[in-house]
Design a protein around this ligand. Structure first.
Ligand SMILES: *Cc1c(COP(=O)(O)O)cnc(C)c1O
Length: 366
């Protein structure tokens, strides 16, 4: 039985008629940049997930960039983030001329370790970018306590955690700014590029709205330095069609994860921890095994698609060679990169396919 790692065509076939109707309406109304579809999406997204105000943007990288501008990070400043994430979590720090500093992750959740975070703080530390990796909320109580003690600006990268809650609160609403991505492979994916910015702080929300359109509140008057971070009408129209399905898709991901957690019994396997403070929305289901590459080859022979997310931690990427880190700088992140493999977990996966994934993993080495 073939089990693809991810098949986005199923979701798009199922929603083809309403999606194309929504695109046609936006086309006919000539609503291409911001406009009613984007405003509707911002309101719907906020109401569905529990954010008072939302700004649609043109990628998940965009709100991270905007957040770093708002935070006032700049040359000489250090901003701490996790080394085990997608590179975009750190880009905003570079875009404003500040220096990314990494702190190691904890083994169970792949998220920033609050003790390592505290140890990485120097007099130059100005902020933290928390990543809720693979859909699992990070340990926000401990992280926010460190942030308050040192008066740090906190950005939550929720690109993989749309719909996740930490102790009942939606992720992204705990720190100063929360950011989302609607890249097609995310839990709520558009048909192209998209992202969102949330903040419970009115002042930041207002400035972000101006930065999004070239630092302007009034056309051709530019009070602050801005850029073009606008969401386009077609993406918002599609996301408005998809958003009502998100809760069901999330439940489905969680149900698949529950079956994996119960069914995967291969000796030596490390399953992701399920901490009581916040339930994952399972953007990925990532397991670890000391013989990861052999396990992966075995799964390929069983026609089970897998992916390596992530093969190289950020501190060992070429682009960050000048930061001066090396092998051994962050052992937990490096160990994760060397031993992790992600299994198929998209909502359309059938029960029989899940059973095949479980049986294939469990039969490794037999
Ligand atoms: C996808 C992703 C982003 C960036 O989103 P884009 O929409 O691709 O710009 C940022 N951070 C994390 C953790 C992501 O997974």
């Amino acid at each position: 039985m073939k089990v693809p790692f991810l098949d986005l065509s199923l979701q798009h076939q199922a929603l083809r008629a309403p999606a194309l109707a929504a695109l046609a309406a936006t086309y006919d109304a000539t609503r291409f940049c911001l406009g009613k579809d984007v405003e509707d999406f911002e309101r719907n997204f906020g109401a569905t997930l529990g954010y008072p105000r939302v700004l649609g943007m043109n990628s998940g990288t965009a709100p991270l960039h905007v957040a770093c501008m708002l935070a006032g990070f700049g040359p000489g400043d250090e901003v701490i983030t996790a080394p085990f994430t997608f590179i975009s979590s750190a880009w905003g720090i570079n875009y404003v001329g500040a220096r990314p500093v990494f702190a190691d992750i904890e083994e169970g959740t792949f998220n920033l370790d609050p003790a390592k975070l505290a140890a990485a703080i120097t007099p130059r530390t100005k902020g933290i970018i928390i990543v809720h990796l693979f859909g699992q909320p990070a340990r926000m109580d401990e992280i926010m306590a460190v942030a308050r003690q040192h008066q740090l600006f906190v950005i939550e990268d929720c690109a993989q955690a749309v719909g996740a809650r930490y102790a009942g609160a939606p992720v992204g609403g705990i720190g100063d700014v929360g950011t989302f991505s609607f890249y097609p492979t995310k839990n709520l994916g558009g048909c192209g590029e998209g992202g969102a910015f949330v903040s419970r702080r009115e002042d930041l929300q207002t400035r972000a709205r101006h930065i999004r359109v070239h630092g302007s509140d009034r056309r051709y008057y530019h009070d602050i330095i801005g850029g073009n971070f606008r969401m386009d009408g077609f993406q918002a129209a599609l996301l408005n069609v998809k958003l009502p399905h998100l809760a069901g898709w999330t439940q489905r991901r969680q149900a698949i994860a529950a079956r994996y957690l119960q069914g995967l019994t291969l000796p030596g396997l490390r399953l992701p921890d399920q901490p009581a403070y916040g339930r994952s929305v399972f953007h990925q289901f990532t397991i670890r095994h000391p013989r990861r590459d052999a396990l992966r080859e075995h799964l390929t022979r069983q026609e089970v698609g897998t992916d390596l997310i992530y093969p190289v931690p950020l501190h060992l990427q070429k682009c960050y060679a000048s930061l001066g880190y090396g092998p051994g700088s962050f052992p937990v992140a490096e160990q994760a990169a060397a031993t992790c493999v992600s299994l198929p977990i998209f909502p359309e996966l059938t029960d029989a396919q899940q059973d095949h994934v479980i049986a294939s993993v469990n039969s490794f080495g037999r």
